[in-house]
Design a protein around this ligand. Structure first.
Ligand code: 1GP
Length: 242
């Protein structure tokens, strides 16, 4: 069970790293460049997904990645169309920073029978968008306002509400391609209020961002865009993690 393993890592104080792959931008050549690096062994989860998948093929991307690496593959869905048995698990996201019922429970109702039959590990996730300096695809598509990045207490209360509602993982996201990552003050405020594993993503481009997120209390940091444009950054990021 991946969630249990993550909780175990968290208990041991081990910091985890997630590589996010957008099926629209997926390139087997880039993936091979990542996976041939010794540093790749330090990747804990490979997440696959995006708010909007247009030309990409989720099924084929999952099947390819699963064949090419030993790491667990987790779907990070943008909608109830993004369900496939070709992964190990799926983050069942409830977008609790927003007030759009469709992303709080609506899509979940339509997805429920497919999830039940999928054989996937379902990870109930409190999903919080925090403002990262620009309107991201996820904020636009979900028609929700992210939490202002200078309101740590608002982020903390939102995450706590998600935990009290029974969600098992907290994913605070500045959104893919965010101008700046979630500030450490927001991360540490969430950490102080909650106990669940805390995943941080969006706009992480340097080892410094990674270090700050871990030091503020992130249990896992997820990076997508920056590694797509510069595959060699993986060494730098994971050197710090090691
Ligand atoms: C987005 O948290 C992820 O949902 C990763 O964002 O692509 O900006 O790294 P980036």
């Amino acid at each position: 069970m991946l969630l249990k393993q993550l909780i175990q890592l968290q208990t041991q104080g081990h910091k985890a790293f997630g590589l996010l792959i957008d099926p629209d931008k997926f390139s087997p050549q880039v993936f091979e460049r990542w996976s041939s690096k010794p540093a790749f062994a330090a990747v804990d989860w490979v997440l696959v997904g995006g708010s909007l998948i247009t030309q990409g093929n989720l099924e084929q991307t999952l099947a390819y990645i699963r064949q090419m690496c030993v790491q667990p593959v987790i779907i990070f869905p943008g909608s109830n169309l993004h369900i496939s048995s070709s992964a190990d698990a799926i983050l069942l996201l409830s977008l609790i920073s927003g007030r759009n019922p469709e992303y709080l429970i609506g899509q979940h109702v339509a997805a429920a029978p497919f999830l039940k039959g999928s054989g996937l590990e379902i990870i109930p996730t409190a999903y919080l968008l925090v403002d990262g300096g620009r309107t991201t695809t996820v904020a636009y598509i979900s028609n929700t306002n992210p939490i202002p990045s200078d309101k740590p207490e608002l982020a903390a209360c939102t995450a706590l509400a998600g935990e009290l509602l029974g969600l098992r993982l907290i994913y605070a996201d500045a959104g893919s391609g965010a101008q700046h990552p979630i500030p450490p003050a927001v991360i540490s405020a969430i950490r102080q209020q909650t106990q669940n594993p805390l995943v941080i993503g969006g706009g992480i481009r340097h080892a410094d961002h990674l270090r700050q997120a871990y030091q503020a209390g992130a249990d896992m940091v997820v990076v997508g865009n920056a590694l797509e444009t510069n595959p060699d950054l993986l060494d730098e990021l994971l050197r710090w993690k090691a």
